[in-house]
Design a protein around this ligand. Structure first.
Ligand SMILES: C[C@@H](O)[C@H](N)C(=O)O
Ligand SMILES: C[C@@H](O)[C@H](N)C(=O)O
Lengths: 168, 168
C-alpha cells in the first residue's frame, strides 16, 4: 500500500540543549528530566543514542522553547555533579523540519527521498528522530526554508499542505 | 489541560544497528538510507544526536526487524568507504517500549514519571526518541517486561491498555 505523505511542518521557535557525557547508568535520564519538569520546561524532541563502549557515556539532547533556555540551563547546572555529566551545549540557531505521513516504516524509500532532498538542497542534518508517522530533523535555522521547499517539491506537496501543518 | 496517556506498547521483534562515526557532512544520511531502501529494509526508529565538535562525527542508529539485519549490515559494509563511517554495531537483544499519549510536550512531568518508573525498576535506557504523542525507549530485551509493568503502574493503566497497543 502507498505511504501517505500529508505535509511538512517546521518550527523556528525552539533551541536545543545537549547534556554531554552522561554516564550510561540507570536513573540518569530520570534525574535530568525530573529536574526539567520541576522547572516547568516544556520539552519537545528528546534524542539519545547509544553510549560509547570506550567511555560508558552518551549525550542526551532535547529541544525546547528558546525562551525557556536560561531556566533550563540553570536547572541543569545545579545537578551537574549529581548526574556527573561533562558539559552542556546550547544552540538557539536551529530549526525543526518534519515530514508527516503514515505507513512510513514499511516505505524506507520515503526516508531516503526526504534525506536526499535535503542533501540536494545543501542542508546538513544535525539531529534525527523518527516515528512511523513523522520524520523529524534538526537543521540550521537559516536552512529551514530550503529544507521545507526541498521536501515540498520532492513529495509534490501543495503550499497549503506545507503551511497548514506549520506547528504540527 | 491534562495529558492523555493511552497506553504502553512494546516490541521485541527488532534489532538495532549503529553506524558509528559518520562524518557530519551534507548527504551522508541520504547515502545510508538510500542504500537501506534499495535493500528493501523496513526501518522503524532512527536516532541521530549532534556531532562531537572534536571529531566532526556522529552516530546514526536505527531499529529494524531482526530478520533483516544481515541484509542491512551487508548493504552498509559496501558503502563504508564511500560514507567513511568508522564501524557498525549490531545488537539483537533489544526491546522497544513506548508510552503513547497526547499533549505530552506541555506536560514534562509525564516524561519524568516514565523515566523515573523505568529507573525504579532498574531498567537502563539505551536510546530515546520522542514525539508529542509517543515517548520511545530502547532497553535490553530481558528488561522489557519490567519496563512495561513499571510504566503500566506509574500511569494507572489497565492491562488491556497495555496489551491493546502492543504493536502500536
Ligand atoms: C543515559 C541514560 O539514559 C541512562 N542510560 C539512564 O537510564 O538513565
Ligand atoms: C550525519 C549526517 O546526518 C549528516 N549531517 C547529513 O546531513 O547527512
Amino acid at each position: 500500500e502507498q505511504p501517505i505523505i500529508s505535509g511538512v511542518a517546521h518550527d523556528r521557535s525552539e533551541a536545543k540543549i545537549t547534556v554531554v557525557g552522561v554516564p550510561d547508568k540507570v536513573g540518569e535520564a530520570a534525574t535530568i528530566f525530573r529536574t526539567l519538569a520541576d522547572a516547568e520546561i516544556n520539552i519537545d524532541m528528546i534524542v539519545q543514542n547509544v553510549s560509547a563502549a570506550a567511555t560508558g557515556r552518551t549525550d542526551i539532547s532535547f529541544t525546547l522553547p528558546t525562551n525557556d533556555s536560561q531556566t533550563a540551563l540553570t536547572a541543569l547546572k545545579k545537578i551537574q555533579s549529581q548526574v556527573a555529566f561533562e558539559s552542556l551545549l546550547y544552540d538557539d540557531q536551529i530549526g525543526k523540519v518534519s515530514l508527516i505521513g503514515a505507513g512510513m516504516r514499511s516505505h524506507p524509500g520515503v526516508t531516503a527521498k526526504f534525506f536526499s532532498a535535503l542533501a540536494d538542497a545543501g542542508v546538513n542534518i544535525e539531529m534525527i528522530s523518527t516515528s512511523e508517522i513523522r520524520i523529524s530533523v534538526v537543521v540550521g535555522q537559516n536552512e529551514v526554508d530550503q529544507a521545507v521547499t526541498a521536501a515540498h517539491r520532492a513529495f509534490d506537496l501543495d503550499a497549503d499542505q506545507v503551511e497548514a501543518v506549520v506547528y504540527g
